[in-house]
Design a protein around this ligand. Sequence first.
Ligand SMILES: Nc1ncnc2c1ncn2[C@@H]1O[C@H](COP(=O)(O)OP(=O)(O)OP(=O)(O)O)[C@@H](O)[C@H]1O
Length: 514
Amino acid sequence: MPSRQPSRTGRPSTGLRSAIPHTKIPLTGRATTDLAGLQRMRTSSEPGRPKTAAPFSVSASRGRVRALPPPRPNLSDPRELKKKEWKLNIAELEKVCEERSRLVSELTTQNCSLTLEMDNMKTQLNAKTMLHESACQEVARLTADGERMKREAEERESSLKAQLVTQDQKVRTLLNDVVDLRGKIRVAVRLRPFVKGEDAGESLSHIGFPDRRSISVNNGSKPTAYQFQHVFCQASQEYVFDEFKELIESVISGYNVAIIAYGQTGSGKTYTMRGGEGDQRGLIPRAVEFMFLTRNNLKSMDWTYEYAASFLEVYNDDVFDLLRNERTKLKVVLGTGRVDIPDLKTVALQSPDDLHELMLLADKNRSTAATKMNETSSRSHAVFTLRVTATNAISSEAFTSSLSLVDLAGSERAKESEVSGPRFTEMTHINKALSNLQNVIRCQLRKEAHVPYRNSKLTMLLQECLGKGNSKTLMLVNLRPSFANLTETKRSLDFAANTSQTVIGAPLKNESSQ
Ligand SMILES: Nc1ncnc2c1ncn2[C@@H]1O[C@H](COP(=O)(O)OP(=O)(O)OP(=O)(O)O)[C@@H](O)[C@H]1O
């Protein structure tokens, strides 16, 4: 860029201007008279004329230097024309240069502030990059620590699980040894309270309870005393269930368990087995709830349990499915040592709630009728079965077992029941089946070679619980409290006493490996 130099007139001038040739007016010490020149200078100082640098002359008279009027441009002179054109160009160029320098200075300012901003951002980015890197290192360290701790915890857990499984097996073996020691067919007695329609004010002096295992009856002549595994006197549903919990738990360990409710009509068999709602729930719903609870507790030891339920009735010596609405007689097949009912419906249970629906269906399908002895007397024997399939992922143990809860029809005398017609036929079948049951137990008691299981459908179905299989069996004998029923109560207690003497052989655990 050409540098600016002050002109002789004091105004800044560009280098370009200095590059332009001037018309030089010579200064002399001698007086000269150049009228034409003076004339031109005067003319150029007139308003409207372009101003040009005033030439100088030295007055001859006074010897002083005076500015001469600029020479008039000679427009016919091409040099003058050129000069004029240059002047215009120079003015133009000066403007452009000024604009350029303004822009340059503006851009320089902007550039400076942008450079500053960029430097700031670079500093911030560097700081953030450093932070990120240190955070990444911390994360990597924590991840490695976490993985190491997880590995250690897993190793510890599997060693604890192995210990737990061993201990669990020991506890189960001990528990079952205890249960096995309690007799072959276990027998318990339950005396129900007086219910609506009975004389609640009647005394219970004809029945005595010396302790929780004994009961005595006194018909006025001589009291007879009996001893059983347990005697429940007007006990709650919860109390009764708690007493049988241990036995039911052995199903979880692979044993078949059967609880059979026996007793005179109206003595509380259905109440004990099925019960009502809420606190009135009987053994069937409570046992299923307990099985699900135990299943959850054993999950931590890698046991998987699957449950499925079936519900049938033996009515007039025929078998019917209580979980099907259509009433079709079911075929009972006797295999080698096993009873099978091929068309019996089995329903998988996912939770205790699933049972509720099944119970309602079974209630609807079960044969009941009002008799003089019981408003809703069961006219059939009902068998609820819960099948268990268990597998253990760690020990590879596997087995199937079953819990059978049987509500027998009530024994009754035709004279007392005052039944006739179809009720009489039902009663005949009921009594025949129950007398077969007593006969089977008697044969077991006497260790006879032949036990007549096949004499009725009921004994055929129960043969696995009555000595032929490997069940742990409990007979729960129900009693009515009235003095009027004392003869039947004594008969039931005699049957219970015989049953408790019955040797059916030690139960075997069902085992198979995967
Ligand atoms: N422990 C008890 N507490 C209160 N009420 C009971 C008890 N046991 C039975 N009952 C009531 O006694 C009546 C007869 O009971 P339930 O129907 O269970 O007798 P059952 O032995 O099944 O009779 P059946 O052989 O005729 O079917 C019912 O009203 C029942 O609610």
